[in-house]
Design a protein around this ligand. Structure first.
Ligand code: PEP
Ligand code: MG
Length: 581
């Protein structure tokens, strides 16, 4: 009998294949009390396991094919860095010493501490980085327990065209598995922003994650169908179901082929409006993905990722090297570098800040507020960005502005940074553009005031929605209220677009809404001309832009904005999306 299950789809596409089951995580770890004289041996055993883990990761790194996206080796390097970080290299040793326990248990304790820190984080991307901690710890524990058989040891021909079934897949294992011709994968854990999910998307491999108890319902060798878009998994499909999914698979392949042809075509609407399609990036390694889709530039470079997994913030020189790498590789196309968006809850290594834990971290000392409080951290970043501006087109973008006073403080610090560079005789673009993110309702309502003082605005819908609707963007209990087309959100977006137009400065949108194809036509109708999104969304959005006519969309968008009823708003958006223009 056909069995239908549902998880979370993380990469579009249909896979049909036989299951190869893998045991990757969920180790049973017990605590053992050790006599004092055995502690040095235990510490040596721990250090040896760390060395082997590093060796394994280096070997995996070397086995990555040349044509693989560069994000892949970035994952592995992140894991290597974590193994060298004192949180995993030193703290477990301290625990072994203090508790007189076995190394596996010490790692368990430290893993829990680190996971708790990550779970407290506001940013959904950073929160899922706890998976990296789990995967790295799991690798070391397996070595300690002499369970060294890794997924990549399964014979290659067994994996070809198969669907991997596992509790979870670490990105380092995913690198090996996904390059062995698998059709798709299903895991019990993991989320849409996990590294494994990102990897699957960049390789176009359909995957379903978070399918609880999948291994209880599905069996080795049985043929299943997975839909990486909807998260549907079908076991024992009947002939009708097979036909349905085979057609869907063919349609999807045709759609992808069509998208590829758009790569070098301009994002121009039917009424000949040119739209800018920029990419959001987190690390210099993301540039290869930006180039693969020929984005017109970088609309959001989230620099906080440079500050992750380390004890000390990166120096001005290190930041300069990273920013310059991105700027140079874009050969003149604009790179919008956002200054640090860290907050009390976003201390990526869980250390470094002391003082009371704030009750509402999202409303606390975050982003530009923190940077203004700590100029010793902020100034080196400003100098590094300015220095990078000598190598291409750089724009500086300030997150979470709420009033003009903050802006004038930032401008003063930028002047200070420029003055110092001049003294040092270092080059920079004296006319570097300075823009602000509109992510707080107060900033959107006063967008006209900001527009008079800035060179560009960028709407950060992720935070704008959170602050407008008073819903914590990481709290699952209020997730149902998170609504990009709430009339209040749309009004704020429109006010910002209009303020930019009146002041004759560009307005971009760089929150998730910009890459969500359901809203492309609505935003075009509202007058948005610049979008910035994850590179994987760019060609999809471009396809819609090319099929749209902004003049026909504008009256419908006005009707959406006049409406207060969500059902009617959704109906109008659907009408816009289905119109043949
Ligand atoms: C946003 O808030 O929409 C945004 C792009 O910034 P971040 O998601 O990094 O907070
Ligand atoms: Mg934001």
């Amino acid at each position: 009998m056909t069995l239908s299950l549902k998880g979370t789809g993380i990469s579009n596409g249909i896979a049909i294949g036989k299951i190869v089951a893998m045991q990757t995580g969920e180790l049973e770890i017990n605590e053992y009390a050790l006599p004092k004289h055995l502690i040095p041996d235990e510490i040596n055993r721990f250090r040896h396991a760390l060395d082997i883990a590093k060796q394994q990761l280096r070997e995996i790194n070397q086995s990555i094919p040349d044509n693989a996206p560069s994000d892949i080796s970035a994952f592995i390097n992140t894991h290597l860095l974590m193994l060298d970080d004192s949180t995993l290299a030193q703290v477990p040793e301290d625990i072994i010493n203090e508790r007189q326990c076995n190394a596996e248990w010490a790692l368990n304790i430290q893993q829990k501490t680190l996971v708790d820190v990550f779970e407290e984080m506001d940013d959904p991307y950073l929160r899922t980085r706890k998976d990296d901690v789990i995967h790295v710890v799991n690798r070391v524990q397996r070595i300690l327990l002499e369970l060294e058989k890794h997924p990549h040891e399964i014979p290659e021909n067994k994996l070809r065209n198969s669907i991997i079934l596992a509790d979870d897949i670490a990105p380092s294992d995913a690198v090996l598995i996904m390059h062995q011709g698998i059709a798709g994968f299903v895991t019990e854990h993991g989320g849409t922003t996990s590294h494994t999910a990102i990897l699957a998307r960049s390789l176009g491999i359909p995957g379903v994650v978070g399918l609880k108890n999948a291994r209880r319902y599905l069996e080795e060798d049985e043929t299943i169908i997975i839909d990486g878009e909807t998260g549907d998994v079908v076991a024992s499909p009947d002939e009708y179901t097979f036909k349905h999914y085979r057609k869907k698979q063919r349609d999807h392949k045709r759609f992808l082929a069509e998208l590829r042809t758009l790569r070098h075509k301009p994002a121009r609407t039917k009424d000949r409006r040119n739209i800018k399609l920029h990419a959001n990036i987190e690390l210099p390694e993301d540039i290869s993905a930006v180039k693969r889709v020929s984005a017109t530039g970088v609309g959001l470079y989230r620099t906080e990722f440079l500050f992750m997994n380390r004890d000390e913030p990166p120096s001005e020189e290190e930041q300069f090297q990273a920013y310059r790498k991105v700027v140079k590789s874009l050969s003149g196309a604009p790179v919008t570098i956002r200054t640090l968006d860290l907050g009390a809850d976003k201390q990526v290594d869980g250390r470094g800040r002391t003082g009371p834990v704030t009750t509402n971290p999202a409303l606390g000392l975050r982003a530009i507020r923190l940077c203004l409080r700590e100029p010793a951290m902020f100034l080196p970043q400003l100098k590094a960005i300015l220095r990078a501006s000598a190598y291409g087109t750089v724009k500086i973008m300030i997150p979470m502005l709420s009033n003009l006073n903050e802006l004038s403080q930032v401008l003063q610090l930028i002047d200070e940074a420029k003055f110092e560079l001049k003294q040092r005789k270092q080059k920079f673009d004296t006319k570097v553009a300075i823009g602000g993110m509109i992510e707080i309702p107060a900033a959107a309502i006063s967008a006209d005031i900001f527009a008079n003082e800035l060179d560009f605005l960028s709407i950060g819908t992720n935070d704008l929605i959170q602050y407008t609707l008073a819903i914590d963007r990481i709290d699952d209990d209020v997730n149902y209220l998170y609504d990009p087309v709430h009339p209040a959100v749309l009004k704020l977006v429109k006010m910002t677009i209009d303020a930019g137009r009146n002041a004759n400065i560009p307005v971009s949108m760089c929150g998730e809404m910009a890459g969500d194809v359901r809203y492309t036509r609505l935003l075009l109708g509202m007058g948005l001309k610049e979008f910035s999104m994850h590179p994987s969304s760019i060609l999809r959005v471009k396809k819609i832009i090319k099929e749209s006519n902004t003049q026909e969309l504008a009256p419908l968008a006005r009707r959406v904005l006049r409406n207060g009823n969500r059902t009617k708003i959704m109906d109008l958006i659907e009408k816009m999306n289905n119109q043949n223009q």
